[in-house]
Design a protein. Structure first.
Length: 306
C-alpha cells in the first residue's frame, strides 16, 4: 500500500487545494517592426482556430481577410486571452477580453533622425530640419487619422456639394474622386501614413506615386496654415528640438521633396508641380497609387492602420 498523498489529484484538485480565482491585468506596449512576419503568424493562428457558428467557412474567410489587412486584427488573434492562457501550465481560462488601441505616447526623436550637424551634408546645404520634420509628421498623422474617421462615418457615400463640412479630408481632393469607393479612400489614407512613416524612419518623405504627391501637398498646406494661425502651439510642440535657419521653409520643401521621383513626361519647360498637375488630370484616380518608375515600390503586404 502506498503512502497517502496530501496533494490531491484529478478534476477536483483546484477546489480542494485552495487554489484562487485570479483576475490578471496585462498592459503591453508594442511596436510593430516586421508586418509581413506578424501577418504570417496571425494567418497561421487563424488556421488553427475552430469556428462553431452557422457559417464556419465564411467566418474563417472573413477573419483571414481582416487579419491580412489590419495589424490590429492580427494582434487580436495572436494576443487573444484564450491563446495566451493555453500556453501557461496549471491554469484554466475563466474568460477575458482584449482591447487594442494605437497609442500616442511614441514620438520619433527628430533631433536624432534629422541631425543638423554631421557628415550627411555640407554646411549651407538645404536640409529637412528636426522642427520641420516634426511639424510635417504631425500633420500627416492628423490627416491620416481624419481620413480614417471619414471612412468610419461615410463608408462609400459620395461627397456632394453642400456637405463638405461633414468631411475632414476627402472633400479637399479633386472632385473627380468624390464618388470613389471606400477601398480607394482607405488606400489614400495609407498614403498619408506611408509618408509619415518615412519621417519616423529618418527619411525624407519623397512621394513615390501621384497619390503621395497629393497627400504631401495637403500636409504642407496644413503645416503652413497651423504655423501661421497658432505659432505658440507649434512652439510648444517642438519642445527642445534644435532651431535652424531652414525651419519651416515650405518653399524649400516643395523644391526638394517633389520631383525626386515622378513625372518626367510632358513639357520639359514646365515646373515639376505643373507636370504633376497634368499627370493627375490625365490619370484616372485608380492609377494614382502606381509607383513611379524610378522609385522603390512600397511593401505591398504592409497592411492598413485601420
Amino acid at each position: 500500500m502506498g503512502e497517502r498523498s496530501d496533494h490531491p489529484q484529478g478534476p477536483g484538485a483546484a477546489e480542494d487545494s485552495g487554489a484562487q480565482e485570479i483576475e490578471a491585468t496585462v498592459v503591453l506596449g508594442i511596436r510593430i517592426t516586421d508586418w509581413p512576419r506578424l501577418r504570417a503568424a496571425a494567418l497561421a493562428a487563424v488556421d488553427e482556430l475552430e469556428f462553431d457558428g452557422a457559417d464556419p467557412v465564411g467566418q474563417r474567410t472573413d477573419l483571414l481577410r481582416e487579419v491580412a489587412d489590419d495589424p490590429n486584427a492580427a494582434l487580436g488573434v495572436l494576443l487573444h486571452p484564450d491563446r495566451l492562457v493555453a500556453a501557461v501550465p496549471g491554469i484554466e481560462a475563466l474568460g477575458g477580453t482584449l482591447e487594442i488601441s494605437v497609442t500616442d505616447d511614441f514620438a520619433p526623436d527628430f533631433a536624432e533622425l534629422f541631425p543638423l550637424d554631421g557628415e550627411d551634408g555640407d554646411a549651407g546645404d538645404w536640409t529637412l530640419t528636426p522642427r520641420t520634420a516634426c511639424l510635417l509628421h504631425t500633420q500627416l498623422i492628423a490627416l491620416a487619422d481624419a481620413a480614417y474617421d471619414d471612412l468610419d462615418e461615410h463608408e462609400d457615400d459620395p461627397v456632394t456639394d453642400g456637405d463638405e463640412p461633414d468631411w475632414a479630408v476627402f472633400f479637399r481632393l479633386p472632385r473627380r474622386t468624390w464618388t470613389l469607393h471606400r477601398a480607394w479612400r482607405r488606400t489614400f489614407a495609407r498614403a498619408l501614413d506611408d509618408l509619415a512613416e518615412d519621417l519616423a524612419l529618418g527619411e525624407w518623405p519623397l512621394p513615390r506615386c501621384l497619390a503621395e504627391d497629393v497627400a504631401l501637398r495637403l500636409a504642407l498646406a496644413d503645416a503652413r496654415s497651423l504655423l501661421g494661425a497658432q505659432p505658440e502651439s507649434v512652439a510648444d510642440m517642438m519642445g527642445d528640438l534644435p532651431a535652424d535657419l531652414y525651419d519651416y521653409d515650405w518653399d524649400g520643401c516643395a523644391d526638394e521633396l517633389f520631383g525626386v521621383y515622378g513625372p518626367e513626361d510632358g513639357d520639359p519647360d514646365l515646373e515639376t508641380a505643373d507636370r504633376t498637375d497634368d499627370m493627375l488630370a490625365a490619370t484616372h484616380p485608380e492609377g494614382w497609387f502606381l509607383a513611379y518608375e524610378d522609385s522603390e515600390e512600397r511593401d505591398p503586404q504592409r497592411g492598413y492602420r485601420r
